[in-house]
Design a protein around this ligand. Structure first.
Ligand code: MSP
Length: 503
């Protein structure tokens, strides 16, 4: 991959159900990272999509009395619609039933087979229907698996065990490969046990909905072998080598912690066998919980992102999800915490700052941005925070995947500016010193403008409105981008307070 490239992926979501806030979270995160890297002048690519094969999807289709393809054709657009509503700007949306993907999965299977990394075997073991895989005796005894049955059948196996040591070396020598640290340790711990081989086929007699094995037409491909391949099939592996070389290895693969094993163990060993470089980083975030349990369809506690967007607007939802979750940890979703965050950060701090500066400039300068005069130390502190501290800190925080901290730093600037306005009290100063009043309001407005630029990957719509009010079409983070003499545009309150019922 070329140095100035940024390539990010999300998991491809099963089309067995409509998307919920957990799926929305990973996708928004990828979008925020992509937008951020674009503002940094990096060539960026954001891949998402849907996982359409396998037992879960087949069962969901059966339940609706539909052919799986028809079911998938109906479900896939729901994801696209949601992403559009959430202002997600992906570059490609891959469906695993597309020809461009199926061909490449078959090519990869044949390659792995020709390498001698695939063998057929009669296997008897515990099979978890929910997990769609054979589980080990130890896993069986853990009692954590529902829907388990004893199965005996001939299948094809991928020699995953052959790559165990190479994988351990890679994880040990590349501390950034699996993130966060706790997940890396989990994988290293898991790799201390002997690694088995991976069953990569399903007999058609049991499951027909999948990609046929190129070397045995009575079998389809195990859904994970198929799905993981999307990350390279969409980028031209096996079809457009120049494009693939331009973008691979992927910069960051975002996943939830529920799919760590498949991404940190199956996937790298598959790539070893194919002779493809490993991803730079696999980052596993935590879960959104409601109460103390994971949000999931089967538990009936899912939060519908569209409902939230309808009620509170897309940017507020994006902001809440990005600000509230410490990447890598679980987070609790509740409407109360959403409303609290909205009112304090967005209504009281950010939205209010725009109201104040535009109100005061309207009142004292006829709505025209004043020329700043001589600066005092208080003004310099604000300028310093906006034009030195933030540009220094934000790239590091984003690089360390501390998105909530990057947002918090920017909001600290917003809060400082609100305090600065109160202390400087331009409504008093104006009685004696109009030039000084102009400096105060210029400083506050310029800091707001810079905060809006830094927040733009998270809240693309509202920050665009702020920049529009301030007559800024360049969104530059250099101090002085706000032009004296510009007429501010009229605007509505950015984030009207949410009134909660008083009990
Ligand atoms: N199809 C597989 C992934 C294949 S990737 C090659 C799959 N799909 S899924 O629809 O179940 O979505 C899984 C992903 O959705 C998780 O890894 C995570 O990114 C996101 N989330 C689903 N529920 C979630 C929460 N409750 N909280 C946070 N994210 C969660 O697994």
């Amino acid at each position: 991959m070329q140095d100035n490239h940024f390539y990010v992926t999300t998991p491809i979501y099963y089309v067995n159900d409509k998307p919920h806030i957990g799926h929305a979270y990973t996708t928004i995160l990828a979008d925020v990272l992509t937008r951020y890297h674009r503002t940094q002048g990096q060539k960026s690519f954001f891949l998402t999509g849907v996982d359409e094969h396998g037992q879960k999807v087949q069962q969901a289709a059966e339940k609706r009395g539909l052919e799986p393809q028809l079911h998938a054709d109906e479900m896939a657009p729901r994801f696209k619609t949601l992403w559009q509503r959430l202002e997600i700007q992906y570059d490609d949306f891959i469906r695993t039933t597309e020809d461009r993907h199926k061909r490449i999965v078959q090519l990869a299977l044949q390659k792995v087979f020709d390498n001698g990394d695939v063998y057929a075997d009669e296997y008897e073991g515990w099979y978890s229907v929910a997990e769609e895989r054979f589980i080990t005796e130890t896993e069986m005894q853990s009692g954590q698996f529902r829907d388990v049955k004893k199965l005996k059948e001939k299948n094809y196996f991928f020699r995953m065990s052959k790559y165990q040591n190479r994988l351990i070396d890679h994880v040990e020598n590349n501390p950034g490969f699996i993130q966060p640290e706790s997940r890396r340790n989990e994988i290293l711990g898991f790799l201390r046990q002997p690694l088995g081989d991976l069953c990569i086929s399903r007999p058609k007699s049991r499951l027909s909905w999948g990609i046929e094995l190129p070397f045995d037409k009575d079998y389809v491909t195990y859904v994970w072998f198929d799905a993981l391949m999307n990350y390279i099939s969409a980028m031209g592996w096996g079809s457009d080598e120049a494009r693939f070389r331009e973008w691979w290895p992927v910069t960051v693969q975002l996943i939830g912690k529920d799919i760590l094993m498949t991404h940190a163990i199956y996937w790298p060993t598959m790539l070893f066998s194919l002779g493809v470089e490993l991803p730079r980083m696999i980052f596993a975030h935590g879960w959104w919980l409601t109460g103390d349990t994971k949000m999931s369809k089967s538990l009936g506690n899912i939060v519908d992102p569209l409902g939230l967007v309808d009620e509170y607007g897309v940017d507020a939802v994006r902001y809440y999800l990005m600000r509230e979750m410490v990447l890598g940890m679980d987070s609790n979703f509740s409407v109360e915490s959403f409303v609290k965050r909205y009112n304090s950060d967005l209504a009281n701090d950010f939205g209010n700052l725009l109201n104040r500066v535009s109100g005061l400039i309207g009142k004292y300068f006829g709505g025209t941005v004043p020329q700043p005069a001589q600066r005092l130390v208080e003004d310099e502190q604000i300028q310093d925070f906006a034009s030195r501290t933030l540009p220094e800190k934000i790239p590091d925080l984003i690089g360390q995947m501390r998105i909530h901290d990057a947002i918090e730093q920017t909001m600290a600037l917003v809060r400082n500016v609100n305090t600065y306005i109160e202390r400087q009290a331009p409504w008093k100063v104006v009685k004696t010193d109009l030039a000084r009043t102009g400096t105060i309001l210029y400083t506050a407005t310029e800091a707001l403008r810079i905060a809006a630029v830094f927040l733009s990957p998270v809240m693309p719509e509202k920050t665009r409105q702020v920049l529009d009010v301030l007559g800024d079409d360049r969104a530059d983070i250099l101090w002085g981008g706000l032009k004296p003499g510009v007429q501010l545009k009229a605007h509505e309150p950015l984030f009207p307070r949410i009134e909660t019922e008083k009990t």
